[in-house]
Design a protein around this ligand. Structure first.
Ligand code: HEM
Length: 236
């Protein structure tokens, strides 16, 4: 029987830890990309508020009329969020203990504000999402919100949105949420290319711009909704 000495055991432990860290990073990245996909889809769906109450309430009732699909998507989102948060916290703790896992490719030399504040923006984003669910999905934050249905008996998503963003308090909270979302997405998407080892000298600049580009697209879409209501362009 082969005898494993202390040095070899240490080497094996290090190798196992490396595989575990790289695997965790890939899974966390995949879950994060799934969440980013949802955020893009959600923003595009919400833009229907500009077409009026019939469009967005019809869209919401179309989604709610497929409970199996809706609850499967919700379960998928919840799982992706739990996996992403759990694994990134675990990796951050491990890195803090002094065993950083390098990217598959080189790191960019100058660290941006977005990259240095990932833990902070991630935590703020999580707090924002919990607030947002309690506010617009569960409806327990704002007692003055219409609890309602529209004249056709559908969930009045248009009414909820318009009621929310006429109030400067919610405008402030949602704008702060967009700031956290923008910074987080901006670094996350560009860094996903490195995590997955996707590199091409000629496309390097494009990969670096993809994160800020997607982040700007999502944040501007969401801000357009918030300010269109606040400035009175969309009304009840
Ligand atoms: C101006 C920006 C936003 C608006 C107007 C908005 C609006 C809404 C509304 C009206 C609902 C309830 C829909 C329903 O009951 O059918 C909802 C649900 C939700 N929102 Fe947002 N949202 C915004 C931004 C965000 C962001 C940035 C995130 C994530 C980072 C997010 C995540 C969610 C989630 C997870 C749900 C629950 C979906 C479900 O299971 O039904 N939202 N949003």
């Amino acid at each position: 029987m082969a005898v494993v000495n202390g040095e070899e055991r240490e080497e094996m432990n290090r190798a196992n830890e490396f595989v575990d860290s790289v695997g965790s990073k890939l899974v966390a990245s995949l879950a994060g990309l799934g969440l980013a996909g949802f955020v893009i889809f959600h923003m595009l769906g919400n833009l229907q508020v500009f077409e009026g109450s019939d469009a967005i309430n019809g869209y919401a009732s179309f989604l709610h009329d497929m409970p199996i699909l809706l609850w499967t998507a919700r379960a998928g989102l919840l799982t992706a969020a739990a996996v992403h948060v759990g694994l990134t916290i675990r990796l951050a703790l491990r890195n803090r203990r002094g065993r950083p896992v390098p990217y598959a490719l080189r790191r960019y030399r100058a660290a941006s504000v977005a990259s240095r504040t990932m833990a902070l923006t991630g935590s703020l984003l999580l707090a924002f999402i919990i607030f947002h669910l309690l506010h617009l999905t569960v409806g327990v934050i704002d007692p003055s919100a219409p609890d309602g249905m529209d004249v056709q008996g559908r969930l009045d998503v248009y009414g909820k949105i318009v009621h929310a963003f006429r109030n400067p308090l919610y405008v402030g909270i949602y704008v702060a949420g967009q700031l956290a979302l923008g910074l987080h997405l901006s670094h996350a998407i560009s860094s996903a290319f490195q995590t997955w080892g996707i590199e091409h000298a000629a496309l390097d600049r494009l990969f670096k711009l993809a994160g800020p580009g997607v982040a700007l697209f999502v944040v501007l879409g969401n801000l357009a909704i918030i300010f269109a209501v606040f400035l009175g362009w969309l009304h009840p």
